[in-house]
Design a binder for this molecule. Structure first.
Ligand code: ADP
Ligand code: MG
Length: 398
């Protein structure tokens, strides 16, 4: 099954049914998975995402120009089974209540600021990135929208500028203070490559991951633990406090030596700041080392780094949860002849997905074992799929 071709056909056919004409423009943008480098982005460190073979596709054609009223676009989301209207000119303020089309409206507002001048349009969109599953359906929606705006406005944006305006849309219109990773990889991903992204310089480096014997397996634990909402800001604050104690601007600038030098201060009270900083400092190293190990195809090193990352997120940063720990334990039991190279939690934490590197010829047996063992231990069925690094945003028809 080709997840882009099938989704594209479905979206085009839906467009024909809804509007009785052929779409002139079709664009796509992928979701993503982060291979390693978790909770490093806001510490100015490194992340290592790749685009996945799951996409948001938008098919569009000319809409009705509205005379004197502000120009508008009409968007139907197949996932929501709902149509929405978005504004295409003037200053567009974020709405108080975030709606699914806020991501689209915010992206359009950013495109207008960058001088794009989109004509009225009507569009249908479908996504096979699971919504709210931690694989960034939101960034794929934003980047697909920006790609549509570029195409119908006949003006290309600088790719970095494009990713940043999508991030701004998520901050200001969807109320989600995310880093730059999701939008960078969805906009600039390359087939067969993962992206080592320095969140300080914002310079991406593409790293080949195209050995046909290796698959990237994503397992959705299908749990999302209720958070109070304070966990993420709390982690950020701890990182800032630890950096301040060590006299560095960001944890990116600290080393293990420096950490040891300030150990006593950082361990005052509950010892929390030491462990939080220990995670970030070692995770930055692991992320850079993982990119190097992938280039050498040193699978033992890659596997150790992924498991070590999980351990650090589980015990030092404390953002895992029992279900994901079970998934990673199952993966550990399948290393070597079992076919698993490495595995770890991916995304912000407290549920969501694990990511594993798996030998392609063992994928089916690994998948079966994950499903059986996870169900036995939790009573929950996981959702599993395999992917290879996919192409970023693309214009399919124009
Ligand atoms: P994630 O990015 O991990 O999938 P988010 O909560 O950040 O989860 O984004 C999911 C939200 O993005 C959805 O609840 C919806 O508002 C919006 N969204 C994403 N894809 C679509 C889509 N195809 N149609 C409508 N809304 C979408
Ligand atoms: Mg998101």
């Amino acid at each position: 099954m080709n997840y882009l071709t099938d989704l594209t056909e479905e979206t085009i056919s839906d467009f024909r049914k809804r509007y009785g004409s052929e779409p002139e423009t079709v664009v796509a943008a992928p979701g993503r998975v982060n291979l390693i480098g978790e909770h490093t982005d806001y510490n100015d460190g490194f992340v290592f995402p790749m685009a996945i073979e799951r996409y948001t596709v938008i098919a569009a054609g000319p809409g009705k120009e509205s005379g004197s009223a502000p120009r508008r676009g009409i968007v139907y989301s197949g996932n929501m089974n709902e149509e929405a209207e978005v504004l295409l000119e003037g200053a567009i303020a974020p709405e108080k209540e975030v709606k699914w089309y806020s991501y689209i409206q915010g992206t359009i507002a950013g495109c207008l600021e960058k001088g794009l001048n989109p004509p009225a349009f009507q569009a249908v969109l479908h996504s096979n990135v699971p919504l709210g599953g931690g694989l960034s359906s939101s960034a794929s929606l934003e980047v697909a929208t920006a790609t549509l705006m570029e195409t119908i406005s006949k003006k290309k944006l600088d790719p970095v500028e494009k990713a940043l305006l999508c991030q701004k849309a998520e901050h200001e219109y969807a109320g989600m203070p995310c880093g730059i990773m999701d939008q960078f990889i969805s906009a600039m991903g390359e087939k067969g490559k993962a992206m080592l992204l320095d969140c300080r310089s914002r310079v991406p480096k593409m790293i080949p991951l195209e050995n046909p014997e290796i698959l990237i397996m994503i397992t959705n634990s299908n749990v999302k633990h209720k958070l109070t909402g304070s966990e993420y800001p709390e982690r950020r604050r701890s990182c800032e406090q630890a950096a301040a104690i060590m006299g560095v601007a960001k944890l990116r600038d600290a080393s293990l030596d420096l950490l040891e030098k300030y150990r006593a201060d950082l361990q005052k009270g509950d010892g929390l700041l030491y462990r939080r900083a220990h995670h970030v400092i070692t995770e930055d190293d692991r992320t850079v080392n993982m990119a190097e190990a992938l280039v050498r195809e040193d699978w033992d090193a890659v596997g150790s780094l992924m498991f070590a990352s999980h351990h650090s997120l589980q015990y030092d940063f404390e953002v895992s949860c029992p279900e994901i720990d079970i998934l990673v334990d199952i993966a550990r039991s399948l290393t070597g002849a079992g076919g698993v190279i490495g595995s770890r939690i991916t995304g912000g934490g407290f549920g969501g997905c694990s990511v594993s590197l798996v030998r392609a010829d063992k994928f089916e047996s690994v998948q079966r074992c994950f499903e059986e063992e996870y169900y036995k231990k939790t009573g929950i069925k996981p959702t599993i799929f395999a992917t290879r690094p996919a192409q970023g945003a693309a214009v399919i028809r124009s």
